[in-house]
Design a protein around this ligand. Structure first.
Ligand code: SAM
Length: 245
């Protein structure tokens, strides 16, 4: 794959951290810029679960050259994340001070609800050069996979986090032209209930693990009543059914 990509001659810069948007899942959905930085970075850091499993690491697995220093930032469920980001920023900061370049892998786009921003803030405040390379966000990928344009004309597009309580969800969705509801997981039944209440079920599409081999997508109303949703899932709603109408 590398031979087909034009080399970037000015990237990466020594002592700089890069938050790399690596896209929603399919390894080909990485930008040339992120790919080129990844090829040259000395250190590769990524968020991981307690057991070390990292979707971000898996996405770019085909693109990571051998022999790189790797830092898995393990987020432990139920424990405060701040000390973990503090420690990760210190570890990354030491590599930067040594003149190394560090690529921080970010699923989708780094600044769209991405945890990279917590490192970005810490590294920037500590005086380290830190840059962000935008990526293909899951919201764009979900719309493309579903064949469901997000918004048109004067539609107001909302991004609604599933963990909001039912009243807030109702308030937001009652006025929506178009919405992407993210972070479903254990909030799925509550979100689905509110969509039903508002008569929007036949305007809603569900997708999980977009662009990965395990992707599933279906009109929301066709899911069994007791269906569960993983964390990496989303519902797209358009009040007109299709944005082009
Ligand atoms: C913390 S946000 C991070 C979003 C990410 N920075 C982006 O640009 O896509 C995580 C949420 O994004 C959505 N998401 C991320 N990847 C996804 C995928 N491949 N398929 C469906 N939803 C996804 C899910 O709603 C998930 O709960």
């Amino acid at each position: 794959m590398s031979a087909e990509f034009p080399a970037s001659d000015n990237l990466p810069v020594a002592g700089t951290a890069y938050g790399l948007g690596i896209g929603p899942g399919e390894p080909d959905l990485i930008t040339l810029k992120a790919y080129n930085i990844l090829q040259k970075a000395d250190v590769i850091a990524y968020p991981a679960l307690e057991d070390g499993v990292s979707l971000a690491r898996q996405i770019v697995d085909p693109h990571i050259p051998e022999g790189r220093i790797e830092i898995a930032i393990r987020i432990e469920m139920g424990k405060p994340a701040d000390p973990i980001y503090d420690a990760a920023a210190i570890e990354i900061g030491k590599h930067l001070a040594d003149g190394k370049t560090v690529a921080v892998l970010c699923e989708g786009d780094p600044f769209f609800y991405g945890s990279f921003m917590y490192l970005f803030g810490r590294l920037a405040e500590a005086g380290h050069p830190v840059k962000t390379v935008p990526g293909v966000s899951s919201m764009m990928a979900c719309a493309a996979q579903l064949g469901a344009p997000l918004a048109a004309k004067n539609d107001v597009l909302q991004v609604i986090p599933g963990p909001l309580d039912a009243d807030r969800l109702r308030e937001q969705l009652a006025k929506t032209d178009a919405a992407a509801i993210i972070k479903l997981g254990r909030h799925f039944a509550k979100v689905r209930g509110v969509i039903n209440e508002l008569g929007l079920t036949d305007r809603a599409r569900y997708i999980e693990r977009a662009t990965l081999e395990t992707q599933k997508m279906v009109p929301l109303g066709e899911l069994p009543a007791d269906a569960k949703a993983p964390y990496f899932s989303m519902i797209l709603i358009h009040r007109r059914g299709d944005a082009w109408r």
